[in-house]
Design a protein around this ligand. Structure first.
Ligand code: SAH
Ligand code: SF4
Length: 408
């Protein structure tokens, strides 16, 4: 018999289930606490429940049902990439980035603890082999952070979560796009990635500082209701504050409009990636459906909380969108939006025909935006050596389908 996962059920659903089994409603609360707050992974461990009830659930086919970490790759910078296996055998990737910074600096992962000296400001301009330059920066940073954070007695990390198996959006620079869409993940499978990774690292919510970014495989706003249900389970169950979560969308207009009305929601990042519709349509065909102006209008409607900014991600593709005229256009677009920009140096992938920007151009682009009044960060690549960086998920399937991976 195929097992049914309790993980993913909200309190209402658990209460209904208890009713069906002739149990009192407070049993639902006990299960909710056990699987989300305590993150217990098997029914046997849920000792507040009488053995008879555990037996009843088990006979009916219920289990906690977290996704399983089937493979792990560890990067020189401490980043870990997991292949997560779901009950039906489908897999997605989840990424753990210790010392949280940074990789997502500017996405809001710094949330409630903006610490002086940690924000990247100027860009160093060097010539030579670009990828090793970006990686040296990353390695130096991860190491030097470690001592001070350990002394503080808590840990910091960012977890990057997938929302779909593959992706339907077909951005031309992204490896996940090559997979096409296989299926949506359920709320339990989305939140379950977080619980499995927290368990692996023995994280104590409330003490350790964990940021969540919905920036893995898939387009969260094309799986809107399961994604939002996962957010609620993570906030109300697992205990991660929504101010420590950021969701990135490629620009699904109805999703942004619904998101603006949510009483409880993460922060928003929009993958702008181009300064006008013509270039954007070339690299992101979804632009043919919804134009930049429509997206920005919807973003302006989001009631922002105190100290909340909308992040605009901008993948720099050499010679395509990384020139001064593009920076000027970005400034015009973002006028009047409480925006920060996250520049991402494009990460190469097999079979994708772009080139990385020149480091000089990256520096000029950032400088122009900052001088134009927009807080602009360069997202350092995390785990590029293990193919865990943005847009590099998922290598495993790419390899299976005959595409050979080239690192860095
Ligand atoms: N589907 C969502 C979230 C996942 S992608 C979205 O597109 O927003 C997360 C970020 O990685 C996006 O900003 C995307 O533009 C960027 N990205 C995709 N492929 C990349 C690559 N090869 N190098 C660098 N960034 C990439
Ligand atoms: Fe999908 Fe995001 Fe990749 Fe575009 S960048 S194909 S939306 S995962």
């Amino acid at each position: 018999m195929e097992k049914r996962a309790l993980f993913g059920s909200d309190l209402t659903e658990l209460t209904r289930l208890m009713g069906e089994l002739g149990q009192k409603p407070y049993r639902a609360r006990q299960i909710f606490e056990a699987i989300y707050r305590q993150r217990l992974t098997s029914l046997d461990a849920v000792t507040p429940l009488p053995e008879s009830l555990r037996g009843q659930l088990s006979i009916a086919g219920w289990d906690v049902g977290l996704p399983v970490i089937a493979q792990t790759a560890v990067s020189a910078d401490g980043t870990e990439r997991y292949l997560m296996r779901m009950a039906d055998g489908e897999t997605v990737e989840t990424v753990w980035m210790p010392d949280g910074d940074g990789g997502e600096r500017g996405d809001g992962s710094e949330a409630a603890d903006e610490e002086a000296g940690e924000v990247e400001t100027a860009v160093e301009v060097v010539s030579g082999v670009k990828s090793s330059f970006w990686e040296r920066r990353a390695n130096g940073r991860a190491r030097s952070d470690f001592g001070t954070l350990a002394e503080k007695g808590f840990r910091r990390a960012t977890i990057c979560i997938s929302s779909q198996v593959g992706c339907a959006v077909n951005c031309q620079f992204c490896l996940t796009a090559k997979l096409g869409i296989r299926r949506n993940l359920t709320a339990g499978e989305i939140a379950g990635q977080v619980a499995s990774v927290l368990n692996r690292h023995g994280i104590q919510i409330g003490k350790d500082r964990i940021n969540l970014v919905f920036m893995g495989m898939g387009e969260p706003f094309l799986n809107y209701s399961e994604f939002m249900k996962a957010v609620r389970l993570l906030v109300e169950g697992v205990g991660v504050p929504e101010s420590r979560m950021t969701v990135s969308t490629s620009g699904v207009l109805p999703g942004i409009e619904a998101f603006a009305r949510e009483p409880l929601r993460p922060k928003l990042a929009l993958s702008l990636n181009a300064s006008n519709d013509r270039v954007r349509a070339e690299i992101m065909p979804i632009t043919n459906k919804w134009k930049i102006a429509q997206l920005l209008e919807a973003v302006r409607e989001i009631p922002l909380r105190a100290r909340e900014w909308v992040t605009f991600e901008y993948v720099l593709l050499g010679g395509v969108n990384d020139q001064p005229e593009h920076a000027r256009e970005v400034l015009r677009l973002l006028a009047g939006v409480r925006a920060k920009v996250n520049l991402i140096v494009w990460n190469p992938g097999p079979g994708i025909d772009y080139r990385q920007p020149e480091p000089e151009d990256v520096g000029i682009f950032q400088k122009m935006l900052i001088e134009g009044g927009v807080a602009t960060y360069i997202r350092r690549p995390r785990g590029r050596d293990i193919y865990a960086a943005c847009g590099q998920l998922k290598r495993t399937v790419a390899e299976e389908s005959g595409l050979v991976a080239i690192n860095g």
